[in-house]
Structures are given as C-alpha cells and as structure tokens.
Design a protein. Structure first.
Length: 149
C-alpha cells in the first residue's frame, strides 16, 4: 500500500471516528416518530393480535453500551391482562445500513408473563428497528419499534 493511500485512509478513519459537534453544543433532535425516552413504549403487532409493551434499562438507550429490554405482551382485545404462554424473540436492525446487531441477546422469563432480554447493544448511531417477535400457539407476530440514537 502506498504511503499516500495509507495516509488518506487514516485521515478518513479519523474523521469518521471524530465526535461531530453541533453549534452551541446542542444535539440534533430525533425524528418525531423515534423513541427516545419516556418509557414504556407500546405497539400493536402487525397482524393486530397483540399489544407489546417494552422498556429499557437504562433509559434512554445508550450508544455502544449494553442494555436490557423488558417485554410485556397482551391480547390486543384485552390489554389489561398479560398473555399467558407466549415467548418473545427480540432483535434489532438498522434499515438504512442493511445490518443488525453484533450480538445475540438472551431472553429469560420473569413474573407475570414479563420477559427480560439481556445483551442488547446498539453499536452505531442512527435509525434502529427494535423487533419483538411474539410466539404464541405456534404462530409468530411482530411488533416493531423505531429508535433513533
């Protein structure tokens, strides 16, 4: 590799890793439909069968640090009672980049039908889709939460 190409790559790498500032030390505001805090968040599954409620610890979700997700699932027609016998699979995807997380989170059941997902990590800034697949009575249904870091 030529010294000129190497120095160009190093400059490009340094610029991409730099902390980009905004005038007045203000952070850019996320999109109106993005989840940033003020949890829990609720979403109806795509097929309309389930109400999915998620909360994270910590809140808001940190950049490039592990966090957990607690998931509660309810029958959409009776959202006051947790759905019995359901399991969840949680993952995240960056639609603008075409990739997901670099980790495989683990789900553990808690009391009252709640499930805790450990090992989540958003390793890049940008738009993420937090996908919660509800598996109940041999059927799968997805709820998607859009999150912008």
């Amino acid at each position: 590799m030529s010294p000129r190409l190497l120095s160009s790559l190093l400059v490009l790498f340094a610029v991409s890793c730099a902390d980009v500032g905004v005038a007045g030390d203000e952070l850019p505001m996320p999109a109106d439909d993005a989840l940033v805090g003020g949890q829990p968040w609720e979403q109806i599954s795509r097929d309309g069968r389930y109400l999915v409620r998620v909360s994270t610890d910590p809140d808001p979700i940190p950049f490039n640090e592990p966090f957990t997700v607690d998931v509660d699932v309810f029958d959409a027609s009776s959202p006051s009672k947790s759905l019995e016998g359901a399991s969840v699979v949680v993952d995240a995807w960056m639609p603008d980049h075409g990739h997901g997380m670099n980790r495989f989170p683990k789900t553990e059941p808690l009391d009252n039908g709640r499930q805790r997902v450990r090992g989540m990590l958003f390793h890049m800034l940008g738009k993420w889709e937090l996908n919660v697949d509800v598996i109940h009575e041999n059927l799968s249904s997805r709820a998607t939460f859009e999150i912008t870091l």
